[in-house]
Design a protein. Sequence first.
Length: 713
Amino acid sequence: MKKIIANEKESLKSKERIGMRRRDFFKLLGGGIFIFFQPRDTFKLLELQAPQGRSLPTEFNAFLQIAEDGSVNCYTGKIEMGQGAITSLAQIMADELEVSFESVKMVMGDTDLCPWDGGTNGSQTTRSFSPHMRVAAAEAKTILLQLGSDYLHVPVSQLEVKDGIISDIKNNKSKVSYGELTKGKRIEKHFDGKPELKDYAKFKYVGKPYLHQDSRLKVTGEAKFSADIQLPGLLHARLLRPPSHGAKLVTADVSEAEKIKGIQVVHDGDLIAVLSDDRDKVDQAIVKVKAEYSFSETEVDDKTIFDRILKANSETNVIRSNGDLETGKKISDSLTESEFHNSYVAHATIEPHAATAMIEGDKITVWVSTQQPFRAQETIAREMNVPLEKVRIITPFLGGGFGGKSAHRQAVEAIKLAKITGKPVVVAWTRQEEFFYDTFRPAAVVKITSGMDKSGKITLWDYNTYYAGARGSDTIYDVPNARTTNYSGGSVHPFGTGAWRAPGNNTNTFARESQINIMASKAGMDPLEFRLMNLKDEKMIAVLKAAADKFGYTPARNPSGRGYGIACGTDVGTLVAHIAEVKVDKNTGHVQVIRVVCAQDMGLCVNPEGTTIQMEGCITMGMGYALTEEIQFQGGDIKNHSFDTYEIPRFSWVPKIDTVIMERNDQAPQGGGEPTIICMGAVIANAVYDASGARLYQLPMTPERVLTAMKKA
């Protein structure tokens, strides 16, 4: 039995480690032009978001490398998990730097090479990071033109650059490439000033559709994920897991596992693992470990959780308030009170959590599927009691994240076992482990009291969201008397919860847009006309009209029997509107989605092909939380172990999908990875009502719940 021996304690706070030492960085990357940027106000927001002792480098804020062959390496702490940042960021870099798209290579999520970043989440890569990268590229071009001026002996004003080649406007034979400027020398130039950004109308790559740069690698199987890293002497590990989140290990008998040839058993406190160079053997060995547990279960299950949420000792936060609710009630001719529920939902990514870890001398390297490589670095440095600069996190491709790979438990497990065994170790979770340790989208309740006058104008909106989060809870309609209240903070959940693609917004949009349809029906109005009458936001009105035009929508009071649903909302600066058509089997309660149209206003669209893929993916994924996805549990015991009991959308479910991307090239780019998913619960619920007269108040809308709702109707 072995135990980890801690290195000599070294305070992380005293290190103020920012990035790799410059000489080590150059040694690793070799020759080429490196351009360093002095700190400016545009980067201070990112510095403020960094944890104590970490920020963007004080020596330079962002950097890129122009290699001797003219290729461009762009470094970012963001990661690629299918959202297409590997392509869209390269498009932006190519346009602003004036190089070919093919010459730009993204280096992502490597803590030794990339500047600090807070993580890939909230659809912020294009929205928040790319503007800074664009400024960096513009500054780089300015410096390269200065170098070209010195090389060609002509003033900068007489130069132009195309595809990485600087030429004399008056003598096209006088030219030099970015790559030629690097030959045989290393140049460090500093820039302090504000560069002129390229006019969007002159973009060559931004705004054009490109397939993802990693498409071929992923289709052919060449793409490497965290569990694919092959190292000499690599050991596969399986760890003993508790049967419930309310269980505590009392004793463990590993004797039977130790009898299996080629198996090494590690028993260090509650950490019990079996390791071998053969993955099949560790799967056989882990079930031989006999463990006893004590239990302290929370008395709640998937049916009683909503009552627990409403009774919790929660904190109250009024998000927005205007007018007066009592006045709103008095002037309302009709009041509607509703309560909406959603269940816990798993991330269910294609790739389970995995990490491959090794220790060479005093250097720790971990390849890990995480959305937050720098936070993983901090966690491992703290757990292993080593300085930050001794830990390198490399983030290969991720097979999906959706907020579920912010945590990195598997990385800590892998490096601890590597320390104990003295060999590289890979920890790849099984599907059952993936479900057990998932940080689920939280179960939540939304209660709404709304009112309107005889004309259908909304006069009252009292919106209360319990444990969903405030994202998406804003009143997007024009209401004179409105209040939005968020309840949170109490001890409610018997296991981990966290961000799930557009966290909070799916729940809040389901509740808000269902309530709007209920009111439209009460008013005897078509739900699209009702929305347009109660909206002031011209952008939202335009998006709704664009969706209706694409769908070929004609007005009708609900329920019309057509099975048409409408929903709209906003997320991370992007506006979306959906119209869907469904069929409801009135004998079985089965809902089939026939067609979905989505219009989206996201400002400047960097890559229409990538955006379309994300919209289609959100629509498909959204059908899961709307119709079938739901965690069953008893206390801390998760009953769902795999996809036999947790049903995600299948290829046979996919409806006809039409997407509309509003042309907004003169506006800043907004988020594109999440917004389209937020309306799927509401648009399907509203379509089910139109088809059958059944109003669904809980997600997912399982056949049993649809049948029950039809009986009530």
